[in-house]
Ligand binder design. Structure first.
Ligand code: ADP
Length: 300
């Protein structure tokens, strides 16, 4: 099953152009949609989940026209929104059973099996009789996944799922998602680079409604090899360094500033070559030095 998104555009009534002719091809597996807040990720996710209309463009999931055959898509869609609102007094097993009825799983025995299997898969079996109000953020997110997985979706959309999870919960949650990528299209939207680098076989970077890069994370990292340099500087010298070099990111390190610079050649004294990672891909792309329109152009 392949998801084809073509020339999708969306402008809100207030004039904000949230998507500008977005075109993407998304195969089975985990796909990362990476971009900063306000990039247009949720707008795209909501359109794919049939919750919002674009102004123009087409979306096809296999043979299904997603924008015009919404009922067919909804039967095979799982959607985990950013904030999974829970009913604090409901118990996990009861609520999942209730959602299963809504999803059309009406046979008692079939439902019992499905609900039980999902509670085990999301590691919530032990707490199935507890109220959701007492769940941690990670448990709530895993419950959201259980709901999203009812009915075996061929398309699973997960919008910014790891914000607010502690590191252990995050790892558990990402492991759960990666198991799902085997049979279906799973799209993970996030502003956290590690979510993508640890999990996704393909990715796109989006900013201001435009796709800046579509790539395999490992290949993108490999193609930056030899082009990322670092230097530890005093913060006050940063403006000058920015005038002279293509600075892609800065980080504080023990009171000094660690600068990463994009440069196909050695940028001069004081710089040290670094092994690039996906963060370097992300920041080089966002700065327009990689994958985008200013590729190989001078610093401007
Ligand atoms: P992301 O999920 O990447 O943070 P969004 O899709 O939520 O991005 O937002 C993209 C842009 O559209 C932002 O500038 C945001 O302020 C704007 N936007 C989102 N939803 C609405 C809306 N309902 N009405 C007006 N503007 C919106």
């Amino acid at each position: 099953m392949i998801l084809h998104i073509s020339n999708l555009s969306k402008t809100y009534p207030n004039g904000v152009q949230a998507l500008k002719s977005v075109t993407l091809t998304i195969p089975n597996g985990m796909y990362g949609l990476l971009g900063p807040n306000g990039a247009g990720k949720s707008t795209l996710m909501r359109i794919l989940a049939t919750l919002q209309e674009p102004d123009s463009g087409t979306v096809r999931l296999g043979d299904t026209d997603v924008l015009n055959e919404k009922d067919a898509v909804r039967r095979t869609l799982g959607y985990l929104p950013q904030e999974f609102g829970v009913y604090p007094k409901a118990r996990a097993e009861e609520l999942l059973d209730y959602f299963a009825v809504l999803k059309g799983i009406t046979g008692r025995q079939a439902r019992k099996e499905v609900v039980g299997a999902l509670l085990r898969q999301t590691n919530l079996w032990e707490v199935r009789r507890q109220k959701l109000g007492g769940f941690s953020g990670g448990m709530r997110q895993r419950f959201g996944v259980a709901v999203a997985l009812l009915g075996n979706p061929k398309l699973l959309i997960v919008d910014e799922p790891t914000a607010g999870l502690d590191p252990a919960e995050r790892v558990r949650f990402l492991n759960l998602l990666s198991e799902l990528g085997e049979q279906s299209v799973v799209i993970l939207s996030t502003h956290i680079v590690e979510d993508v680098s640890e999990l996704c076989t393909r990715m796109a970077i989006i900013n201001r409604g435009q796709i800046l890069l579509e790539a395999e994370p490992l290949a993108a990292v490999a193609s930056l090899k030899g082009r990322i340099w670092r230097r530890l500087i005093e913060k006050r010298t940063l403006p000058q360094l920015e005038r002279e070099h293509r600075v892609i990111s800065t980080k504080l390190l023990a009171g000094r500033t660690l600068v990463h610079v994009y440069s196909p050649e050695a940028p001069g004294a004081g710089f040290e070559r670094v092994e690039p990672d996906l963060e370097d891909v992300y920041f080089s792309t966002m700065a327009g030095y990689y994958g985008g329109t200013r590729q190989e152009g001078g610093a401007s």
